[in-house]
Write a new protein. Sequence first.
Length: 254
Amino acid sequence: MFVDTHSHIYSEEFSSDRNEVIARAIKAGVNKIILPNIDSSTIKPMLDLTDSDPQLFIPLLGLHPTSVKEDFRQELEIMEYWFGKRKFAGIGEIGIDLYWDKTFINEQIETFRIQIGWAKRGRIPIVIHVRDSFYEVIEVLQQEKNESLTGVFHSFTGTAEHAAQVIDLGFKIGIGGIVTFKNSGLDSIVQHIDLQNILLETDSPWLAPVPHRGRRNESAFITAVAAKIASLHETSIEEVARITTQNAQQLFGF
């Protein structure tokens, strides 16, 4: 059985065939799909999907760094309102993104810190988005770290040194379709990361793994990610599924 620890299956990209996508995921052995939030506009579709099958879907709540604009304080107020109404398994996805736009870097860092504070108070994990911002994210985490703060670096694409820093902080490493890309170089890094530190994810609808690359990604494709990791670690796909599922259970508390 697999856990897809990062999927936006509630998004409009699945509006025409969501039920079929879910059925394929279950057939592939996926028994939990964790749903990270983006901003206030995605809360309702995410929660509606969660309520349609609360045994399958696990919601997270957070403000994505690329959604941090002039109105970020209002967005955070909406998040806090929902924290008072519903239970969420973690804060996410949150972090710092300096790839698309650096205009709101200070606001991104402030938003990241605020949401880390929520996680520490609630003793729940964080799901971190990192793009062209590894050192900025690590600096914040080192300053904010306490005994309860944990989480996962989503869609990890860093170096072996980066992976070691993440693990030293007590965080997991989220591995998705990029590990199957021929020229990504991620395979040589993942080969040396202990399975105890890895979570499987798809980031649906993006980053579909080989042999589905170029298509809309979906949770059923997590088997391709698991197969690649199994090959890199010279073990069975069943063993990868078992260990990564345990990792997800321990982190998200289900």
